[in-house]
Design a protein around this ligand. Structure first.
Ligand SMILES: Cc1cc2nc3c(=O)[nH]c(=O)nc-3n(C[C@H](O)[C@H](O)[C@H](O)COP(=O)(O)OP(=O)(O)OC[C@H]3O[C@@H](n4cnc5c(N)ncnc54)[C@H](O)[C@@H]3O)c2cc1C
Length: 377
C-alpha cells in the first residue's frame, strides 16, 4: 500500500498534520502505536494555551496559534473545549533567580508585547479584582488576556476524526518499528503488526518520546532528547474552584486550571518515576504532596480539597535547551521530525502542524521553524 504522506504518531501534532494534509487534498496515512491521544496529548483535565513566560523563540508560533485556536472547533466540526480565560503568572517575590520576581516583570511584559503576546503587569489590587482567591503573599502578576486552555484529548480526537472525514487513513494499534530508506529518501515504513506502507512524498515523525529510539535505530541520528513523566493532579475543592484564569507562578512549580465539572487540575513541573515492571510512569508521593502544598499556599481554597487523581503516565519528550527540535532528519531529504516539546507543545501544535505540513508539501522551511533546527546543538 502506498500513501503520499505517512505520519507516525497520533497525538495532537500527528493528528493536526493529518487533518491539514487531508484538507489540502493530499493522500495521507497516520499510524498510531496505541490509540489516538494515548500519549502526552491524552489523559484527564486540560492543557494551557499560553504565551505568558513561553520561551521567546516559540513566540512566533504562539502568535499563529492564538489566531487558530478560537475558530478551531468550527473548522473541525467538533468540540475542543477551548476557552480564552486570560492567564496570570503570579509573583510573590522581589527577585527570583535571574528571570523572575517583581524586578523583572516590566521588562518581561515589554518583551512579550514586542513579540506579539499582549502582556500587562497587574499590581495586587488588580490581581485581587480578577482572582479574589489568591493568598496574601501574591504581590503582582504578569497577565496575558489571550491565554486560556483547551481539552487536549477532545482536541486531538477532533483533529483525527476531521482528518478521516477529509479522506485520511488513520490506523491505531500500528506501531512503526522500521523505516526503509534508499538514496537519501524514506521509502517505506514497517509496523510491529507486519504491515508495510510505501511513502510517495514525505514521512513525518511525530511520535514524541518514541522519536528518540526510532531516529537512533533507523536513521543513526542521536537526539539530545529524553522522556519525562509530568505529574498532573485532579482535586475537588469543598467550594467552587477558587480560580477563573489559567494560573501559573513566577517561582513556584505550580499551574492551576479550573475544570468544567468543578474540579481543579494541579500541575506545574512535578514529575513521576518510570516503573519498568508496569511499563509506565507512577507517582512519587513526596511530589504529589509538594504540588498540593504549593497549590494550597497560593490558594487557601484548595487547602482542604480532595485528591481524586494523581497521574504520571503521559510521557513527554524534553530537549537539552527546552525548546523542540522540528527539522528535516539529517541524511533523509523527505523526512521531517518534531519532538522535544518539553511540557509546552500542546498550545503551539496547531501552528507547528501548519508550518510542518507546508514544509512537507513544498520543500521550503517556514521561517517560524528556523529556531528549532538540529544544527543549534
Ligand atoms: C501532564 C501534562 C501537562 C501538560 N501541560 C501542557 C500545557 O499546559 N500546555 C502545553 O502547551 N503543553 C502541555 N503539555 C505538553 C503537551 O501535552 C505535549 O507537548 C503534546 O501533547 C505533544 O504532542 P505530540 O503529538 O507530539 O505527542 P503525543 O501526544 O505523545 O503523541 C505521540 C504518539 O505517538 C505514538 N507513538 C509512539 N511511538 C510510535 C511508533 N513507533 N509508531 C506509531 N506511533 C507511535 C504514541 O502512542 C503517541 O500517541 C503537557 C504534557 C503533560 C503530559
Amino acid at each position: 500500500m502506498k500513501h503520499q504522506f505517512v505520519i507516525i504518531g497520533g497525538g495532537i501534532n500527528g493528528c493536526a498534520a493529518a487533518w491539514l494534509l487531508a484538507a489540502a487534498g493530499e493522500d495521507v496515512l497516520l499510524l498510531e502505536a496505541g490509540e489516538i491521544a494515548s500519549g502526552a496529548s491524552g489523559g484527564f483535565g486540560r492543557r494551557g494555551v499560553r504565551g505568558n513566560r513561553r520561551d521567546l523563540r516559540e513566540m512566533p508560533l504562539m502568535r499563529a496559534a492564538y489566531r487558530i485556536w478560537p475558530t478551531l472547533a468550527d473548522q473541525l466540526g467538533a468540540e475542543t473545549g477551548y476557552e480564552r480565560t486570560g492567564g496570570m503568572s503570579l509573583i510573590e517575590q522581589e527577585t527570583t533567580g535571574t528571570k523572575g520576581g517583581l524586578v523583572a516583570a516590566d521588562a518581561q511584559a515589554a518583551v512579550q508585547r514586542g513579540l506579539g503576546v499582549p502582556t500587562e503587569v497587574l499590581g495586587r489590587d488588580r490581581v485581587l479584582a480578577l482572582e479574589p482567591g489568591v493568598g496574601p503573599e501574591v504581590r503582582a502578576a504578569l497577565y496575558c488576556p489571550l491565554d486560556g486552555s483547551a481539552d487536549h484529548t477532545a482536541t486531538t480526537r477532533a483533529y483525527a476524526a476531521a482528518a478521516e472525514a477529509r479522506g485520511a487513513t488513520v490506523k491505531e494499534h500500528s506501531a512503526v518499528t522500521a523505516v526503509e530508506r534508499s538514496e537519501g529518501r524514506a521509502t517505506a515504513v514497517r509496523t510491529a503488526q507486519g504491515q508495510r506502507y510505501e511513502i510517495g512524498q514525505a514521512l513525518l515523525v511525530l511520535n514524541n518520546t518514541g522519536a528518540v529510539d526510532l531516529l537512533r535505530d533507523q536513521f543513526d541520528v542521536h537526539l539530545p532528547v529524553w522522556r519525562i513523566l509530568p505529574q498532573a493532579l485532579r482535586v475537588t475543592p469543598k467550594a467552587a474552584p477558587p480560580m477563573s484564569h489559567l494560573i501559573g507562578h513566577d517561582h513556584r512549580s505550580l499551574s492551576l486550571k479550573a475544570l468544567p465539572d468543578g474540579g481543579v487540575m494541579v500541575s506545574g513541573g512535578w514529575r513521576g518515576r518510570w516503573n519498568a515492571d508496569l511499563g509506565r510512569g507512577e507517582p512519587i508521593e513526596a511530589n504529589v504532596q509538594g504540588n498540593l502544598r504549593a497549590a494550597a499556599e497560593v490558594y487557601a481554597g484548595l487547602a482542604d480539597a480532595r485528591l481524586d487523581i494523581a497521574e504520571t503516565s503521559q510521557p513527554e519528550s524534553c530537549s537539552a535547551d527546552e525548546i523542540p527540535i522540528i527539522d528535516r532528519i539529517p541524511g533523509t531529504e523527505n523526512a521531517l521530525v518534531g519532538t522535544g516539546w518539553t511540557g509546552h507543545g500542546f498550545a503551539i501544535a496547531p501552528a507547528v502542524a501548519e508550518a510542518l505540513t507546508f514544509w512537507a508539501r513544498t520543500g521550503a522551511r517556514p521561517d517560524s521553524l528556523a529556531p528549532f533546527s538540529f544544527d543549534r546543538f
